[in-house]
Design a protein around this ligand. Sequence first.
Ligand code: FAD
Length: 450
Amino acid sequence: ISPKSIVSDACASYSTLDALNQKVKPAVDDLTRGTDFFSHYRLNLFNKACPFWSDEDAMCGNQACAVATLDNEEDIPKIWRASELGKLEGPLAKHPGRKLQKERPQKPLQGLLGENVGESCVVEYDDECDERDYCVPEDESATAKGDYVSLVQNPERFTGYTGDSAKMVWDAIYRENCFQKSSFPHSASLGMTSAPRGPAAHDFRAVLQDAGRQQMLEQQFNNNQMQASASAGLEYEDECLEKRVFYRVVSGMHTSISAHICWEYLNQTTGEWQPNLQCYYHRLHTHPERLSNLYFNYALLTRAIAKLGSHLQGYTYCTGDRDQDADTKAKVLAVTQGASSVPEIFDESLMFKNGEGPSLKEDFRNRFRNVSRIMDCVGCDKCRLWGKLQTAGYGTALKVLFEFDNESKEVPVLKRTELVALFNTYSRLSNSMAHVRYFRNLLEGSEKEK
Ligand code: FAD
C-alpha cells in the first residue's frame, strides 16, 4: 500500500485517512470510553437462535466447537480457555439513566433527531423494522428487549474462537456478496426469481420453518460454502460499484476484527495481552486488499458521521444528569466536526444510480440485513456482542448514506442503539487503523535493520 495512492472506491488517499484518524481518534476514544451513553449498548445477545443452521449439529453456534479446536486445551489454565475468554465479563451493566428513563412520562415511539427530546429519554419500545433499515433492529422482539452491556468492560480482543464454527459464519457472510447467484437461503434455491425480491423472500425465520426445505438448503449450503469467501474475494474487482462496496464493507469489518485480535492477543505463556506481530503479518500484512477495505470502511463511516453531524446538534442525550448531557453532546460534536474536516471522502451519490445500480438497492439492503442476522450464529458471547454491534453500526451508516438524500431536508430517524453502534463501529475502525500503523512501523523498522 502506497500512502499517496487513493483508496479505491473512496475519494481519499491512505495518508489522508491516516492523518484524519490521528486527528479525530482522541475525540472518538473520549466519546466511546468517557460517556455512559456511548459506552453502553443494549442488545439481545442470548435469546435469538441462529436462524440458518441448527446448533445441535455442533458445526457452529456453540462454544464447544470453538473450544475443541484449541490445542492442548486442558493444559491451559481455566481462565485462559476459549470458553472463558469468550464470555462476557461482569454482570450485565445497567445503564445509569435507565431507571430515570422509566420514571419519565413515555413518549409514543421513538423521538426524532433534531427535536428537543432525544430518543434516549423515552423507553425504547418501537419494534417496527423501518423499510429503510439495513440491519435487523436490536430491539426487534417485543418480548425480549435485551440488556445493556458495558463495551468498556468487554473489549474486543482474542478469545480463542476459531475452527469450523467461525469459518462457517464467515463463509455465510461472504456468501451474501453473491448477488443474483445461488446462495443460501436465497431465492434461487427456493425456486424464486432473483429480482426483485421483497422482504418476505428474505425472511429466514419463515424460510426455516419449512423443515423439508431446510434440509435441502443446508445440504446445498454445505456443498457450496468452501467456495464462498474465495470466489467473493476474487471476483469483486470486476463487479459494479454497489457489489464492490458490499464486499468491501464486509471484508473491512473482518479486517478490523482481525486487527483487534492481533493487537490484544493472549500470550498463553505469560498470561499477558499483547500485540502479536505474526498474527498481523499472516492475517493482514500479506493481504493488502484487506487493509484497503479497512481504510475504505473508515472513509464510508467518516462520511456518514459527517452527514449526520448537523442533525445531531439538537439531539438530547438523556443520561439523567444535565452536566453529563452537555458533556456527551460536546464530545459528539468534537467527533462530527473532525469527521467533517475532510470533505468529499466518499461520494454516496454515485451509488445505485447507473447501469444495474438502481435495481440492486433492495437486494443490497436485504443482503446486509442477512449479514446482521448471521451474527446470531456466532458461537462466542464476546465475539457475538462485537459482531452484532458492528453490523448494526455499518447498517446505520448505510441507512444514513443511501436513504437520506443530500438535498432533502428530511432528518434521519435513528434509535439510540443505532447511534451507539455507529460511533462505536467508527471507534473500532479508528483503533484498527492505529494498530495497523503500529505493526507496519515495526515491520518497516526491522526491514531497515536488515
Ligand atoms: P478467519 O479470520 O476465520 O478467516 C476465514 C477466511 O476468510 C480466511 O481463510 C480468508 O480466506 C478469508 N479472510 C480473512 N480475512 C479476510 C478479510 N479481511 N477480507 C476478506 N477475506 C478474508 N475471534 C476472536 O478471537 N475475538 C473476536 O472478537 C472475534 N470476533 C469474531 C466475530 C465474528 C462475527 C466472527 C465470525 C468471528 C470472530 N472471531 C473472533 C473469530 C476470528 O474472526 C477468526 O475466525 C478466527 O480467529 C480464525 O481465524 P483464521 O485465521 O482461521 O481466519
